[in-house]
Design a binder for this molecule. Structure first.
Ligand SMILES: Cc1cc2nc3c(=O)[nH]c(=O)nc-3n(C[C@H](O)[C@H](O)[C@H](O)COP(=O)(O)OP(=O)(O)OC[C@H]3O[C@@H](n4cnc5c(N)ncnc54)[C@H](O)[C@@H]3O)c2cc1C
Length: 503
């Protein structure tokens, strides 16, 4: 009888359990595909990572997860975007929504329409024409609609959840699907002397887990990819200078907002993530500009409610491993690289890594993998680099003179790919759109506009249209938004009705 293909996942944080749940849901026959996950209760997981992007919903849907149950079990709230305070300049605030500007029928030209009219007369800011932003500003929520004639069709949503509860939930799903879980510490790794492939991991308690394919979800330790297979790290910390975070949970004030909050500070920025039962907070900072104690004090001052936990300090470096798939091992999650959580991209990167892996690999043989791994690495590089540029943009576009970090970032040399995007937008309000990967045009627009990069000239196709013909389009969108807001309830009320964790 044919031996099953043995997949070993090392690590049981969000990355490990998302990977186990996804693979076990696609490869269901345990006599052919054996999946073992080893994690260490003693080491634990990183314990942060609570704000997500809309793709998480499709991940859950593919697993057949019931949204109400998942939200109750993980104390989840809805997320429509991120509010950026003091980014660009002190006192400024804008929202990067998971949605469009305008309505579905005019969104591709909407920014140009708005710019054309705004160049002739005073009209409301572009953010007033985004339904998702307007919901955020009023702490409201409603479900998106599939009817493209409705303003509710212009946005999507993600979640804020307790990452540990989410991993535990996925663990249950995975174990039900036949994933074997082992609690133990991986102490050594064996490689085939001819191929270099990993053949087994050895645990401290003497167990050996032999496998055909290994997935490194060991977090920053990157036990398999980096420590064993020596994949080279590409350091991006000259662009993304923050290298530390202090995290803490606090009481959640009333009026749960449907967005993550990010406030730029002297040496970095502070996040606030609203859950049903508490808030997650953290200060991401440059350790050569302020001390850990100063960061902790600053975090405490920025809390909206009483602290509930002691501070946790986390060190990191921006960048990624040049090849996140080497030999018969792919790294998913923090073991493959890290970009600070400014746009909540890490869980998205886990999701996309799983999709790419499932797309290119059929878990049948670990021979001749290089064509597959080259393609996988190309796809993942693309994702990392797009996100990297988008994050750097937030630092680069600023007029703050109040601290060394912001003064430095204003004039720092950024990747050519980003310089080109900024230049294209400045000249014509043009922003490239892609079929795959983050972020889409409205996201770039939100940050360009929110942080003070404005286009110099309106698209000639639009500027030739008399503004009197465009104003009714703007008015129609405003009317649709007003109507939509009247029908939406508060986010807090919505959660209580739909997925209250306390009931
Ligand atoms: C400050 C900060 C804030 C963040 N905020 C967000 C956010 O808002 N949104 C977002 O999408 N992402 C965020 N992230 C990233 C997010 O936390 C991670 O992407 C996510 O939690 C996945 O982590 P992981 O599973 O790769 O690693 P971990 O959670 O560290 O899990 C590693 C696993 O490996 C196991 N392990 C390690 N060594 C061994 C060993 N020797 N033997 C056996 N097991 C071992 C551990 O026990 C654990 O189970 C944030 C990250 C940081 C640092």
């Amino acid at each position: 009888m044919q031996q099953p293909f043995r997949i070993i996942i090392v690590g049981g944080g969000t990355a490990g359990w998302m990977t186990a749940a996804a693979i076990s849901s696609v490869y269901k026959d345990r006599s052919r595909f054996q999946i073992t996950l080893v994690e260490s209760e003693e080491i634990g997981s990183i314990g942060v990572g609570e704000a997500t992007l809309p793709s998480i919903k499709s991940f859950n849907d593919q697993l057949g997860i019931d949204e109400v149950e998942m939200m109750r079990r993980t104390q989840a709230t809805f997320k429509l975007g991120i509010q950026f305070n003091d980014w660009g300049r002190l006192g400024a605030s804008y929202i990067h929504p998971f949605g469009l500007y305008g309505s579905l029928k005019n969104s591709s030209d909407f920014y140009q329409y708005w710019s054309h009219v705004a160049s002739k007369k005073t009209i409301p800011d572009i953010s007033k024409y985004s339904f998702a932003v307007q919901l955020c500003e009023r702490n409201q929520f409603t479900f998106p609609s599939k009817d493209s004639g409705q303003i509710e069709s212009t946005f999507s949503y993600a979640y804020h959840f307790d990452a540990a509860l989410y991993a535990a939930y996925l663990r249950e799903i995975s174990e039900r699907a036949g994933v074997l879980r082992v609690n133990g510490i991986v102490e050594a790794i064996n490689n085939d002397p001819d191929t270099g492939n990993i053949t087994a991991v050895f645990l401290r308690d003497g167990k050996t887990l032999s496998g055909d394919f290994f997935i490194d979800c060991s977090g920053f330790r990157s036990l398999l990819l980096h420590k064993n297979l020596q994949s080279e790290f590409e350091d991006w910390s000259h662009w993304l200078l923050c290298d530390r975070a202090v995290a803490m949970q606090s009481e959640q004030p009333k009026d749960i907002p449907p967005y993550t909050m990010s406030t730029a500070k002297e040496a970095g920025w502070q996040w606030r993530i609203p859950l049903q039962h508490r808030a997650g907070n953290g200060y991401v900072y440059c350790s050569n500009l302020i001390s850990d104690d100063q960061a902790h004090d600053s975090l405490l001052k920025g809390l909206a409610g009483k602290p509930l936990t002691d501070p946790r300090f986390i060190k990191f470096k921006a960048g990624r491993y040049k090849k996140s798939w080497q030999k018969n091992c792919v790294a998913i999650g923090l073991s493959s690289g890290f970009l600070e959580p400014l746009e909540s991209t890490s869980i998205y990167l886990i999701h996309i890594a799983i999709i790419c892996l499932l797309r290119v690999f059929s878990f049948q043989s670990n021979k001749n993998l290089s064509i597959l791994s080259d393609e996988y690495n190309r796809l993942i590089d693309n994702e990392y680099e797009r996100i990297r540029d988008f994050l750097i943009l937030h630092y680069r576009l600023n007029d703050r003179t109040d601290s060394e970090l912001w003064r430095h970032c204003q004039s720092m040399k950024v990747p050519d790919s980003l310089m080109q995007k900024m230049d294209l937008f400045k000249r014509r309000g043009y922003s490239e759109s892609f079929k795959y990967g983050l972020f889409s045009t409205p996201s770039w627009l939100a940050v360009f506009h929110g942080q003070g990069l404005f286009q110099q000239g309106v698209d000639p196709f639009i500027s030739s249209i008399p503004t009197e013909k465009i104003e009714p389009i703007l008015a129609e969108v405003s009317g649709m938004i007003d109507k939509g807001l009247q029908a939406a309830s508060t986010h807090e009320h919505f959660i209580k009705q739909y997925c209250n964790a306390a009931t």
